[in-house]
Write a protein that binds this ligand. Sequence first.
Ligand code: BGC
Length: 747
Amino acid sequence: MNFFRLVLLSLTLIPCTLFAQHSAIDKKVDSLLSLMTLEEKVGQLNQLSSDFAATGPITKDGDKQDRVRQGKIGSYLNVTGAARTRSLQEIAMQSRLRIPLLFAQDVIHGYRTIFPIPLAEAASWDLAAMEQTARIAAVEAAASGIHWTFAPMVDIARDPRWGRVMEGAGEDSYLASLIAAARVKGFQGKGIGNTDAVMACAKHFAAYGAAEGGRDYNSVDMSVRKLYEVYLPPFKAAKEAGVASFMNSFNDLNGVPATGSSFLQRKILKGDWGFKGIVVSDWGSVGEMVNHGYAADLKDAARIAMNAGSDMDMESRAYVAHLVELVKDKKIDTVQLNDAVKRVLYKKFELGLFEDPYRFSDEKREQAVWNNPAHLQVAREMARKSIVLLKNDKFTPGNQPLLPLHSGSKKKIALIGPLVKAIGDNNGFWSYSWPDDSTRVVSLWQGFINKLGNANSLTYAKGCEITGSDTTGFTAARKTAREADLIILSIGESAIMSGEAKSRSQLQLPGVQEQLVKEMVATGKPVIVLISAGRPLVFNWIADHVPAIVYTWWLGTQAGNAIADVLFGDYNPSGKLPITFPRSEGQIPIYYNYLSTGRPFKSDTDNTYVTAYTDLPNSPRYVFGYGLSYTSFQYSSVQLSANTLSKGQSMQARVTVTNTGNYAGEEVVQLYLQDVVGSIVRPERELKAFEKIRLNPGESREVIFTLDPTALSFFNEKLELVAEPGLFHVYIGGNSQATQKASFTLL
Ligand code: BGC
């Protein structure tokens, strides 16, 4: 055993109390740092991708394994499986100081078991459920040797043209903040260092979701106040939930690339918020500062990024190429370099990798957790909760809503559309495909067979492809439709149409799918449309003419079973939109909590000299928070515990909700607040609280919300969080257009 091995072994005795552990880790980090050469320090800040699942060009520069041996790579992304992570870790153990590698991966909505895309999960408004799916993703990934997921993505997105809306929690800062915290807790479980937990990463810091024109990687220009009010809260919530890392972003913010922004990384994140974890760049974003015209060359980019507080360089190889020289030339302060290295080493110690570098790469555990049927059950439950029922009108003959269907009925059902038998598309963007996907992922077709026991009452026609102009399949689809009693159409986007670099200027259904729907409606048969997509699409004709519409997003491994559960009423849909659905791309950006204007919009029919379009209604197609159930809910008037409130005090708002329909069901009771007069113009209303309740038919429940000073506060011109005296309106209901209202005055 050599000297360094002895030193490292002596560094790994972990005391039990948390405080003692922290200071003990700091000591270990300091002793290790004192043994490191400048080159080895820089190596810790270098993150490279394996050649799998790259989202950017891979900068090949020779044998990566040799570099690991030389201590020139601190972290890998995209290495899959316990066996591969173990074998790379073995090479790291041949390096002089035997510093283990950190393995990172985009485990965004599941790893082996794929859960609904994050935007879909957000539609459940079920924080515990979202924490649970992140937990399972962590369990599965950790067993494969992954220490670090690049999730949750917590970017607020108010522009559905931006393909990455699928990856976040939608448009609202309050809802997204709670979801951010739930996901961080899920990924990190009982704490980093447990072999079933992975480090989470709040990304992309910051304001990436506000890319101009919804075009990915584009510029962002916004007031700092708006940044604080709308875009930063989910990041702050992730930080407060103990997130281990942050990722910066590709965009420039007010002219400064986020990767080179000291304001974002040093002042806000590491300064004001006191963040102690790792800040990793986005893929190649250090080098891209040259393209931005913000850095003269790669060396300049390395200098700017490190000085700005970007600790680890993902795939630019700017740090590994230039930091040594920059430190020697005193262009970078050693204190800053050491701080970045310490952050990385700290996490490696916290993960327990110095004790046992292979503790995560466990092939036996990998096999066991990967095939855990309980994970599939959770995936099915989460998928059901994510589905949003957009329309369920009465249909003649019968004058009854088409949904739910009855599994005992002898009706012949035609399943039509390009997504009926889809497998991979169910997983959506940012997911992994596995060799047994064809049997493991449940298509809609299979879900129906599972529900009905056989395919006897089912027929199928594809009708058309997702894209393209070929309508030759319409003839067979028409024939299949005419011979059936009911038509269920499964249409939408393919999985690669929403995601990174998947901005779209037009949000209509791709290809000839809408035409196919028209053909099916023309048969006069009852039609139910299921739309799978990673973002809000525009489908006005369908919304106007089809009696039943279900938004099924991308639901993951159990998609088909979950959709069948909802359609056959084994689960009563409860999803509520976490993002506004526009009528037209011309309304974008569109969101519910817009600021009050001097010429408020009145109604879609009276729009003269008010803030409105002359050729388009102002109202969206479906508002934020909207979603139907098979039952109906009635809201009482809103009761407040007081009409006035002293500064710093809390108050209660109460409402009684009654299930007035025939099915047991869940309702997301939502509270919105309007601060009527402010030193900064305030939104017309803002979500401040919600609760998801379950009621049997005829049952009533009183829901009590507590409004505390934070709920009344906003960032004023000086960026102070203040609650200003004056009138407030409270609205409570089942979506953002809630009309039950009460008012109080803050003294
Ligand atoms: C994305 C990140 C992702 C990274 C690594 C980038 O292109 O913006 O969100 O974590 O690639 O795959």
